[in-house]
Every structure is written in structure tokens, then in C-alpha cells.
Design a protein around this ligand. Structure first.
Ligand code: AMP
Ligand code: TRP
Length: 331
């Protein structure tokens, strides 16, 4: 290649609906910001979404809708490759290859797997090997950086280990990718149970703010966020998880430091503070709702169709290199 290559970014999101403020502040805001300086690839990981109980018709819909939300948030198909995982069979093939070098013990220690099975998900092979497919997503394109929230840290570590293991055995094929995790808001917490992370799958809708929620819903959710009975606004994750979470959210949406916010709101009372947090979130999210409405499903389908074609073209030589290294090159 003669053109100077920008470092490559890869990240993924499951098409499971309810894209929330945690997804946005933890990951998608970075996806958008990094588009100019990096070669960005963003994937809707529908094969991953099949590892928990799901409805096929809904998956079909959610793939389009997730892409639409991402585009509304600013993922720009002119600057980023946007497609769905199932369009590129090489993801699954590489996952198989990497699976042949993944110890069961390592997978058994993955906290996301343990959490999901503890919540009653079936402990099947797909759910168990979920992190191997994630490693394949990243390594297939030789990504250097992976913008994600804090909950994906352990999967990233495993991805790096697998890349090293592969390289040691078969030669230097994969660069070792790094996680790109924001300093504040890498782990936005539930508004109703601030010891748990904000999650798409939480049955309580009040626990999260969807990125497309309207201003009134956002205000209501933040006003009713669970806090504590001590009236001081101060950052203390152990003693004041609810208030600390709101401070992080406000810091991330306004760009002001937590110290600065504490200096202003320490003694203003929770009501005044919550109103300020709500307004900051409303202001941040309002434009996205408009853009979302302006996009049609047809436009989104066309983007994914095109993205899938390009992703396959990009993946093919990389996957040939892997096949050659492991001894299964074509004839
Ligand atoms: P998922 O919805 O699980 O596919 O996650 C998409 C992205 O959002 C991943 O990079 C996650 O790490 C990130 N994420 C999910 N939940 C949160 C949260 N509560 N706070 C911050 N980031 C999150
Ligand atoms: N496991 C990630 C999540 O739940 C989604 C994902 C799949 C991903 N493949 C990826 C994220 C590759 C980053 C890179 O959020």
C-alpha cells in the first residue's frame, strides 16, 4: 500500500434495542469522534445477539433500527464502514480457528458469561464462546484500537491474549489491539439500582434513559433517580452511588469536571442538582431524535448492503493470510 494508513478502529454493538445513555457515553460518542483520525469499522453484531433467547422477527427489525440510531448519533457511512456481522462469513470462520486455541477455563472466568447464566440464560456453546467471536471480529480486520465501555475490558484482555497465542504459534499475523475506554462515564449506572450498570436488558425501563427518549421522559427519569438521604452533592461511589452516577453523567455531557460540578452543587439540594443534570442530558440528546426521524429504513438497508460488500472485500485477503498461516489455504 502506498497511502499512509491511519490506525484502524473496530467496534461492535448488539442489535438488541434500547440503546441508552450508557452505550452513548461509554462507547458510541467515541465511535463518532474517532471517525476523522482513524480508519473506522463499526459492526452490528447480530450473531452475538443470537446467544441469548431472541425473536427472529425482532432481530431483523433491531438490526435496521440499531444502524439507524448509530447513524442518527453521527456514525457516517461516508467515513466509516457500517455493516452487520452475519454479512461477512469470515467472522464465524475466524472464531472457529481462534476457538481451537481458547482454553475452556478462560471462558469460564468471563464475568459477562457468569452474570448472564446467573440471570437464567441457557449455558450453551454460543453464549460460552461469545468472547471468541468478539476476538475474531476485532482481529479479522487487524484493528489497533477498540472503543468500548468498561464492561468489555475483560473480553478485550482475552482478545489480546488470543492474538499473542496465535502469533506465537503461527507467526506475526495480528497486531495486538488496545481498548479505548473513556475516563468518565465508562460505566454509567442504573438510575434505579445505582450499584448495577445501566443495561438494555433491565426490565425496569425507569432504570435507563434511551438515547431517543423525549425531554419529558428524560426529566422524569432523572428526577426519580435513586439517590440517598444525605443532602450533600459529592462524589463518593461507595457511599453515594446514585449521586456519583449523576455527577459522571453531567460531567460527560457538559465537559465540566466533577470537582467543578461539586463546587457548584454541593449544597444546592438534590432537586436543583437533578434538574441541572436533566437539562444537560436533554440538550445533549435532543438533536439525535430529529436526525433519527429523518432517516428511512430503506436508506439504512442500502448503507448496510453496501457496507457488507465492502467489509467482505476488506476481510478476504486478511482471512486468506490466516488460512495460510494455520495450514488450510485454498487450492
Ligand atoms: P452492548 O449494548 O452490550 O452491545 O454495548 C455496546 C457498547 O456500549 C459497548 O462498548 C459497551 O461496553 C457499552 N456499554 C454498555 N452498557 C454501558 C454502560 N452502562 N456504561 C457505559 N458503557 C456501556
Ligand atoms: N461484546 C460487545 C458488547 O456486548 C459487542 C461486541 C461484539 C464488540 N464484537 C465486538 C465490541 C468487537 C467491540 C469489538 O458490547
Amino acid at each position: 500500500m502506498t497511502t499512509e494508513a491511519k490506525p484502524r478502529i473496530f467496534s461492535g454493538v448488539q442489535p438488541t434495542g434500547n440503546i441508552h445513555l450508557g452505550n452513548y457515553l461509554g462507547a458510541f460518542r467515541n465511535w463518532v469522534a474517532l471517525q476523522d483520525d482513524y480508519d473506522t469499522i463499526y459492526c452490528i453484531v447480530d450473531l452475538h445477539a443470537m446467544t441469548v433467547d431472541y425473536d427472529p422477527a425482532e432481530l431483523e427489525r433491531e438490526r435496521i433500527d440499531t444502524a439507524k440510531v448509530l447513524m442518527a448519533l453521527g456514525v457516517d457511512p461516508e467515513r466509516s464502514l457500517l455493516y452487520t456481522q452475519s454479512q461477512v462469513p469470515a467472522h464465524a470462520e475466524l472464531a472457529w480457528i481462534l476457538g481451537t486455541m481458547t482454553p475452556m477455563g478462560v471462558l469460564g472466568r468471563m464475568t459477562q458469561y457468569k452474570d448472564k447464566t446467573a440471570r437464567g440464560e441457557r449455558a450453551d456453546l454460543g453464549l460460552f464462546s461469545y468472547p471468541v467471536l468478539m476476538a475474531a471480529d476485532i482481529l479479522l480486520y487487524r484493528a489497533n484500537l477498540v472503543p468500548i465501555g468498561d464492561d468489555q475490558r475483560q473480553h478485550m484482555e482475552m482478545t489480546r491474549d488470543l492474538a499473542e497465542r496465535f502469533n506465537n504459534r503461527f507467526g506475526e499475523v495480528f497486531p495486538i489491539p488496545e481498548a479505548y475506554i473513556p475516563e468518565t462515564s465508562a460505566r454509567v449506572m442504573s438510575l434505579t439500582e445505582p450499584h448495577n450498570k445501566m443495561s438494555k436488558s433491565d426490565e425496569q425501563e425507569r432504570s435507563r434513559i434511551a438515547v431517543l427518549d423525549d425531554a419529558d421522559v428524560i426529566r422524569k427519569r432523572i428526577r426519580s433517580a435513586v439517590t440517598d438521604s444525605d443532602p450533600e452533592v459529592r462524589y463518593d461511589v461507595e457511599a453515594k452511588p446514585g449521586i456519583s452516577n449523576l455527577l459522571e453523567i453531567m460531567s460527560a455531557t457538559t465537559g465540566r469536571s466533577i470537582d467543578d460540578l461539586v463546587a457548584e452543587y454541593a449544597h444546592s439540594g438534590y432537586g436543583v442538582f437533578k434538574d441541572a443534570v436533566a437539562e444537560a442530558v436533554v440538550e445533549e440528546l435532543a438533536p439525535y431524535r430529529e436526525t433519527y426521524r429523518s432517516l428511512s429504513n430503506g436508506d439504512v438497508r442500502a448503507v448496510l448492503h453496501d457496507g457488507g460488500t465492502k467489509a467482505n472485500e476488506l476481510a478476504a485477503p486478511y482471512e486468506r493470510e490466516v488460512r495460510k498461516a494455520v495450514g488450510i489455504k485454498g487450492y
